[in-house]
Design a protein around this ligand. Structure first.
Ligand SMILES: NC(=O)c1ccc[n+]([C@@H]2O[C@H](COP(=O)([O-])OP(=O)(O)OC[C@H]3O[C@@H](n4cnc5c(N)ncnc54)[C@H](O)[C@@H]3O)[C@@H](O)[C@H]2O)c1
Length: 275
């Protein structure tokens, strides 16, 4: 059995000597925070970006608790803000071994009821900008700092492939994010940089709270899943570690489902239908 850290994440040396940027921690429930803790437990040196002033107070103590050597604001809807964040990475580290992009946003109108009636042009464009283009923009800035053997991941959800009630505009954005992952992976592959996505099952985070009927996603996720359990942060963080470490060698352009097997189910057990 591997030794565990205080955070509960298995300790090891898989990320020793690697430095990476974590984009998308809002609080201690954020998926990016679970991933960050796992990478830290395996010896990675971390830098964090946070969305803006309102979140700084929450994110700073988390970053300090894993001895982050870089901590800066980055609003991904603003090119100047993104340029500044990556200029800091270049100045302070010179190189980057990995990037975690765990960012998404859609206004409330895009996440309830009828997709075709509720989504507006503004909402559609904003969701695509923050939830999809931001990964392309981050990859574009990170790649020149990366050597062969480096890796990037982004976070997606099954609503890209199947209709999930209320997920609406975010499902469309996640489909574009997964396609972007493959195109970025194609561009950066010859440079030895691996780009992948994790399709996580529903988890109780701030982003999830914004989805109307999110609770149903959680309960159905568990009842229909092959493992009959919720998606765990440990499972998502473990897959992130695999993809970002040298264990993930030869994996590129992939969307890995980490959802207790929910994605594989075509028809649930009778019990799950009754429940
Ligand atoms: N929670 C789930 O069930 C679930 C499942 C699969 C995928 N995901 C995806 O995981 C990612 C992380 O979400 P989470 O569930 O950890 O929730 P979260 O709310 O903790 O994280 C979302 C992050 O996006 C950031 N963000 C939003 N707009 C931004 C902007 N303009 N500039 C910079 N940052 C911005 C927020 O500050 C926050 O840190 C998202 O892409 C989400 O769609 C979540």
């Amino acid at each position: 059995m591997s030794e565990e850290t205080q955070s509960g994440f298995p300790k090891g040396k898989l990320m020793r000597g690697k430095r990476g940027l974590i984009m998308g921690v809002a609080n201690k429930k954020s998926i990016a925070w679970g991933i960050a803790q796992q990478l830290h437990a395996q010896g990675a040196e971390l830098g964090f970006t946070y969305q803006g002033e309102a979140l700084e107070k929450r994110v700073r103590p988390l970053a300090e608790s894993v001895d982050a050597s870089m901590f800066m604001p980055c609003d991904v809807s603003d090119d100047a803000s993104m340029d500044a964040a990556f200029a800091t990475v270049k100045e302070q580290w010179g190189e980057l071994d990995f990037l975690v992009h765990s960012i998404g946003f859609a206004g409330a109108d895009g996440l309830k009821g009828s997709f075709v009636e509720n989504v507006t042009r503004e909402n559609f464009a904003m969701t695509m900008d923050i939830s999809v283009f931001s990964f392309v923009a981050a990859a574009n800035r990170a790649a020149p700092l990366m050597k062969p053997g480096s890796a990037m991941i982004t976070m997606t959800y099954l609503g890209s492939e199947r209709v999930i009630p209320n997920y609406n505009v975010m499902g469309v954005a996640k489909a574009a994010l997964e396609a972007s992952t493959r195109y970025i992976a194609r561009d950066l592959g010859p440079k030895g940089i691996r780009v992948n996505a994790i399709s996580a099952g529903p988890m109780r985070t701030l982003a999830m709270a914004g989805i109307s009927g999110g609770r149903g996603m959680l309960s159905t996720g568990k009842a229909w899943s092959l493992l009959k359990e919720d998606t765990s942060m440990e499972g998502v963080a473990g897959s992130a570690l695999w993809l970002l470490s040298d264990l993930g060698r030869s994996v590129a352009g992939e969307v890995v489902h980490v959802d207790a097997g929910f994605h594989a189910v075509g028809m649930p057990d009778e019990d799950a239908l009754k429940g």
